[in-house]
Ligand binder design. Structure first.
Ligand SMILES: [Zn+2]
Length: 351
């Protein structure tokens, strides 16, 4: 089993993140890569360089005008007087402001501040000089892992950083710019009729959910912290089940603050059973390690044993699987949780 990563993904090095009314150093930083790579290599995975597969696999998920914004935002921001080091919005678009708002088209404002407010969902996905290249390279890691699996490999790991599951068709947020898991799932659809994305990052995968919410070919299941007082706040509730043709193709299992290994593993079993009931032929796993009790953002009490249990659960399914890196912000917990999960996953496969 291989993991895909390119050094180009390190060119995103943000300095700012707004939390509780203060600008602080981002939890999502390049140090995470070493911790995750160490864990993957300790569990026997070999590093591979992703191919440059161009923009087509990304545009199969994201709007072209959004991609253009990510590409141009930092350059255009340089025209502002007394600017900060990174693009951050100081206004936000509101869906009720125009009666014919949905579906969203290109931003009406042409100035960088208005465009930033249109395409940037919060104050955690800051854009700097290297952000676009890093995000595209992370997406290419996801495409490469999907291509490895469609080419006959049993499973592959995409070490995506920056992460992706909070990125929408046309919006970056939550440290995420391009939705790597969605891009991998869409790529897998070229070979497999039905794909499931199962997401156990401690934050609800709101971008992924939105991308597939009306579709009946990609199931989305998510285990996460109850969003009523936790990011992403506005979705991830149990009554969101998909819409239209996609009705029943989304399953959210929010967990109460303080939930332990047993609740975490049971919830993962629920989304697995639902994915199998929908006839999933291949899996994308959105893997975050931030449910770990040592994670600075965690409100749960999951231990390495919990991650080992779900690694065995996912591995035992025997389905072609792309594992996509999402969150996880304690460098210590990343190392132990990613190792526990990946080793158990491989062991269950007899690999
Ligand atoms: Zn997360």
């Amino acid at each position: 089993m291989r993991y895909f990563f390119s050094d180009r993904q390190l060119s995103h090095q943000p300095q700012q993140y707004m939390v509780h009314g203060r600008i602080v150093s981002p939890f999502e930083n390049r140090d995470r890569v070493d911790a995750i790579a160490d864990a993957l290599e300790a569990s026997g995975l070999a590093r591979a360089e992703p191919a440059d597969t161009g923009l087509d696999p990304i545009l199969a998920v994201h709007a072209d005008h959004f991609l253009a914004f990510l590409r141009d935002a930092w350059r255009d921001f340089q025209s502002l007087p007394n600017r900060g080091p990174e693009v951050l919005p100081n206004v936000h678009a509101y869906a009720g402001a125009t009666p014919d708002y949905a579906p969203r088209g290109p931003a009406r404002p042409t100035g960088i501040i208005g465009r930033a407010g249109w395409y940037m969902g919060d104050l955690s996905a800051v854009i700097m000089a290297g952000t676009y290249d890093a995000a595209v390279a992370a997406a290419h890691a996801a495409v490469a892992a999907a291509d490895a699996v469609t080419g006959g490999e049993d499973a592959a790991f995409a070490l995506c950083r920056p992460p992706g599951h909070h990125a929408y068709v046309d919006r970056c947020s939550g440290f995420c710019f391009l939705n790597n898991a969605a891009i991998a799932a869409q790529r897998l659809r070229g070979r497999f009729g039905r794909v499931a994305i199962l997401d156990f990052d401690t934050h609800h995968g709101d971008g992924t959910q939105a991308i597939f919410y009306r579709r009946d070919d990609v199931f989305f299941g998510s285990v996460h912290t109850d969003p009523s007082a936790y990011y992403p706040h506005f979705c991830g509730y149990a009554d969101e089940r998909g819409a239209g043709a996609g009705e029943g193709w989304t399953l959210n299992v929010p967990l109460a603050f303080g939930s332990d290994d047993e609740a975490f593993v049971d919830a993962n079993r629920r989304i697995v059973e639902a994915a199998l009931a929908r006839g999933a032929e291949a899996l994308v796993i959105s893997a975050g390690w931030d449910a770990h009790r040592l994670d600075p953002l965690s409100k749960l009490a999951v231990s390495d044993d919990g991650f080992a249990s779900i690694g065995a659960l996912y591995g035992s399914l025997g389905l072609p699987t792309v594992i996509v890196q999402e969150g996880g912000y304690s460098l210590d917990a990343i190392r132990t949780a990613a190792l526990a999960f990946t080793a158990a996953f491989r062991n269950a496969r007899g690999a």
